[in-house]
Each structure stands twice: as structure tokens, then as C-alpha cells.
Design a protein around this ligand. Sequence first.
Ligand code: SF4
Length: 77
Amino acid sequence: MPIAGTCPYFQREKGDGYTYCECARFRFPDKQARRDIVYKYCAHPDGYRECVLKQTMDQFYERKYNGEQTGKHKIAG
Ligand code: SF4
């Protein structure tokens, strides 16, 4: 069953078995693994803050917007 993500980077789950967030596309090995991750992080009211991908995306946007404010909008890959 599709879930609503709490994390601001959660995007959607598709019928093809993939779960999408702004940072990654996941294909979990089974339904239990999906539940373990999605309910512990993506859909959890507080748990998403502990996700390393969420923290990475926060840092990405911090660099991006700080760069725009200082006129140094360049993100190294
Ligand atoms: S909690 Fe992590 S994995 Fe889940 S949507 Fe957010 S950034 Fe992606």
C-alpha cells in the first residue's frame, strides 16, 4: 500500500516496486525491508530527521542557497 511520506524529500512509490525520494530511487529486497526503512525514516514523524540522505539533502540545499545569496552558485559534483 502506498504511504504518505513525512520527509520533505519523499516523492512517491510506484507500482514497479520502486520508491522515490529526491536523493535516490530505492528497490527494496522485500516488503519487510521496505517497511523497515520507510516506516522508520520516510514516514516517521521524527525518524526522517535521522536519515543520512535527508541530512545530505539539507546540506545540498544549504550550499545551493548560500551560493545563490553570495553569487557563488556552483555545486561541485
Ligand atoms: S527519509 Fe531519507 S530515504 Fe526517506 S525520503 Fe527522506 S531522504 Fe529519502
